[in-house]
Structures are given as C-alpha cells and as structure tokens.
Design a protein around this ligand. Structure first.
Ligand code: URA
Length: 207
C-alpha cells in the first residue's frame, strides 16, 4: 500500500530539493531531514513491549521498541543519503547495503553488492531509495531480502512515480511504500517528472 506523507515541512523541504540551483550540501541536509520526518510515519506499525520504569515519584508502565530487530538497507548509491536521517530516530538499527544497477541492454537488475545482517521473522526491515522510478531495483532488492528470510518489509522513498508504485505493488503487495511525493510520470530515460533529476549526482556532485 502506498502512503504519501503529507506535511507542510516535507512539502517545503522537498520544493527546495527540486530546485536545480540547490547545491549538494543543502540537498544532503534536506534528504536527511525529510527521511527523518517520513520515518516517524513509516514506523507507526512497529511493535512495542511493556516495561516498568521508576520515575522520581513512583513506578509506572513504559514502552520500548525493540530497535535491535530493526534493519535499515539503503540501495546504493543514492539510498546512502537517507541512512543518517533514519538512524537519528533508530540509532540501534543494523545497516545492510544493496548495490544494484539496471543493465541498459537487458533492462534487468544486476546486483553487484549485497550484505545484510541476519534476517529473521521479526526483523523490521526498511529499504531506502530516494527515487522509486521504474521499480526494477526496488523489486529486485525486496526479492533478495525475502529470499534471506525477511518478512516485515517497508520501502521508503522521497519521490515515487505512478509506474514504479504500480510495478512494486504488483510484485510485492505485502510491502508498504512510504514517500514524500507521488509525481506525474516517468520519461523515456526512466527519470521521474517533474522529479529532481538524478538524486545520486545531486548528492555527490558527479555531474
Ligand atoms: N533515479 C534518479 O536519481 N532520478 C530519477 O528521476 C529516476 C531515477
């Protein structure tokens, strides 16, 4: 299911990110901040367990999350720009990495790097990629995570295309998708319109 996180702060920050004049320092800071704000919504479903705490006045019931079961997996390379934002809220999460590119001839996903902590039934897995464009990388990454035993998977992006959302929902109907914006369409080169250009290039000034 798609969740577009609608909030004035997110709208404002995303607008600055879209502007072509915005440089890499501000772009990185805003991606971190928006990821943190989306994470607040994207973690609503995680389990809490009850504990007893002692305040200066008396004992009371409290609630903890089991953040050791949380696994954050950025898709390289633009997903790296989202890691700090999510870890600010989930500092004890484990972090895996997935490297995937789309072969320009076959148009299929090619994995070149895959390292995650051990996954089990209770792992709460958050896969990060700012641009959900064709959905090819996301579908492949989620498939691999499932093969390794991942069951509770949430996908977090910054901007999604209708085409990417449809493909991802068809391939993995059990995965919730969180995004700051559902944009209009993909162009012939697989870029999201209006989008913000190439997120990796803007993060790392590679163009
Ligand atoms: N990846 C990007 O960085 N931007 C797009 O618009 C699509 C895929």
């Amino acid at each position: 299911m798609l969740h577009v996180v609608d909030h004035p702060l997110i709208k404002h920050k995303l607008t600055i990110m879209r502007k072509k004049e915005t440089g890499p320092k501000e772009f990185r800071e805003l991606l971190r901040e928006i990821t943190l704000l989306i994470t607040y919504e994207a973690t609503r479903h995680i389990e809490v367990y009850e504990i007893e705490v002692e305040t200066p006045l008396e004992k009371t019931k409290g609630y903890y999350i089991n953040d050791k079961d949380i696994v954050v997996i950025p898709i390289l390379r633009a997903g790296l720009g989202m890691v700090d934002g999510i870890l600010e809220l989930l500092p004890n999460a484990s972090v895996g990495h997935i490297g995937i590119y789309r072969d320009p001839e076959t148009l299929r996903a090619v994995d070149y790097y895959f390292k995650t902590p051990k996954l089990h039934d209770k792992s709460e897995i958050f896969i990060l990629d700012p641009m959900l464009a064709t959905g090819v990388s996301a579908i492949d990454a989620i498939g691999k995570v499932k093969e390794l035993g991942g069951k509770r998977i949430t996908f977090i992006s910054l901007i999604a295309s209708p085409e990417g959302v449809k493909a991802l929902e068809e391939a993995h109907p059990d995965v919730d998708i969180y995004t700051a914006s559902l944009d209009r369409e993909l162009n012939n080169h697989g870029y999201i319109l209006p989008g913000l250009g190439d997120a990796g290039d803007r993060l790392y000034r590679t163009k």
